[in-house]
Design a protein around this ligand. Structure first.
Ligand code: PLP
Length: 387
């Protein structure tokens, strides 16, 4: 079958491929610890599940407005504005997961001849979607020695007259790095000076271990040029429900809503009712989940730093550790393959997140402390086996 040329430009997320490989290995009787997939191991809070069930029973089984249900858009605007912004509910578009915000916004804004800057290592779909749009994807290296925060001077050097869009992600996948207020301020200054749109992926905003989350959209001149991407997948352990949203300049809303109409029509109606309960109901389970992640973070980072030839900076947010394994002598991919095939731990090579991920592994610590301890023992055995 002849495929359209654009399909050659579409990338993927290795996490799903590694999951399939790990499951195949498990099917042969091998015990595998899963540290590859980026989702909370907790269940969705019971009040949210109940709201979803009630909605289905209560007839929320029909199409709804393309940009989302009005009361959910109200609640989202109110929630996000705690980050210092002043979005109105009509600037909210509710989507099936956070990913479609990337897809729709990049399709709506980018075209051939444009350049878009994205973090490397970073969430792989950024580059994939920029490539798909026809624009040129320009990687912005995130370096360990800089706490995996972007270097503002390096960013300034990458901006050209063709640069149209910048993607920032804080707290970040895969590094757990968090941008400081001063970084955001400098990014905002550059964006205004060079007339850039910023896609600010804040999906891990609530999974932060120190201080308060700041949005780049809250800085002067930024709300009118920023799209905030956020959602329910991580904060409320709702990955499988598919519920996310974008907050964007008013002039963009109609276009993104049109892309919704042309693709999925709307986000599932009952799922949106559950989302309303998640945002407006009790938040104690979110707090308990973050505290559990905090304990696991210490366990994993201390454990990794005790392994010869491995070092790990402490992640400040999200639920990933990004250890440096370059001194083991293996490439990221070779190490990840060996760790899975011979030691039964599924992790991702840093290069799954871009070329600058070489020398690193991504471990998701959304797993039990017991499993994490066993995984660390196996990782140490893997390193020792290399002599
Ligand atoms: N942004 C980042 C940085 C992520 O890590 C993920 C999921 O892994 C997403 C967006 C997408 O989230 P969703 O599952 O809501 O589409």
């Amino acid at each position: 079958m002849r495929l359209a040329d654009r399909m050659n430009r579409l990338g993927t997320e290795t996490a799903f491929e590694v999951l399939v490989r790990a499951k195949a290995l498990e099917a042969t009787g091998v015990d595998v610890i899963h540290l590859e997939i980026g989702e909370p191991d907790f269940d969705t809070p019971a009040n949210v599940v109940e709201a979803g069930c009630d909605a289905l029973q209560g007839g929320w089984t029909h199409y709804g407005p393309a940009p989302g249900q009005p009361d959910l858009r109200d609640a989202i605007a109110e929630y996000i504005n705690r980050r210092g912004t002043a979005y109105t509910p009509d600037q909210v578009v509710v989507t099936p997961g956070g990913k479609p915000v990337m897809f729709f916004v990049l399709l709506a804004l980018l075209q051939e001849g444009d350049e878009a800057i994205y973090p490397d290592p970073g969430f792989p779909i950024y580059k994939s979607m920029i490539d798909f749009s026809g624009a040129t994807a320009v990687p912005l290296p995130l370096r360990e020695e800089h706490g995996f925060r972007l270097d503002v001077e390096e960013l300034a050097r990458l901006i050209t007259p063709r640069t149209r869009l910048l993607i920032v992600n804080s707290p970040a996948n895969p590094t757990g790095g968090v941008l400081e207020r001063s970084d955001l301020e400098a990014i905002a200054r550059l964006a205004v000076e060079h007339d850039l749109v910023v896609l600010s992926d804040e999906i891990y905003a609530e999974i932060l271990y120190e201080g308060e989350h700041h949005s780049v959209a809250a800085f002067p001149g930024m709300q009118e040029r920023t799209v905030i991407l956020d959602g329910f997948s991580k904060t409320y352990a709702m990955t499988g429900w598919r519920l996310g949203y974008g907050l964007m300049p008013g002039e963009l809303v109609g276009h993104v809503a049109k892309l919704m109409v042309n693709s999925v029509s709307c986000t599932a109606s009952a799922v949106q009712r559950a989302g309303l309960e998640a945002l407006t109901g009790p938040q104690d389970e979110v707090r308990a989940m973050v505290e559990a992640f905090r304990r696991r973070r210490s366990l994993v980072v201390e454990g990794l730093n005790a392994i010869p030839a491995v070092s790990c900076v402490e992640p400040k947010g999200a639920f990933y550790a990004f250890p440096n394994i370059s001194r083991t002598g293996l490439s990221s991919k070779a190490f990840a393959d060996r760790l899975l095939d011979e030691f039964g731990v599924a992790a991702l090579a840093g290069t799954s997140f871009g070329a600058h991920g070489e020398g690193y592994l991504r471990l998701s610590y959304a797993n039990s402390e017991e499993n994490l301890r066993t995984a660390l023992e196996r990782l140490e055995a893997c390193v020792r086996s290399l002599g």
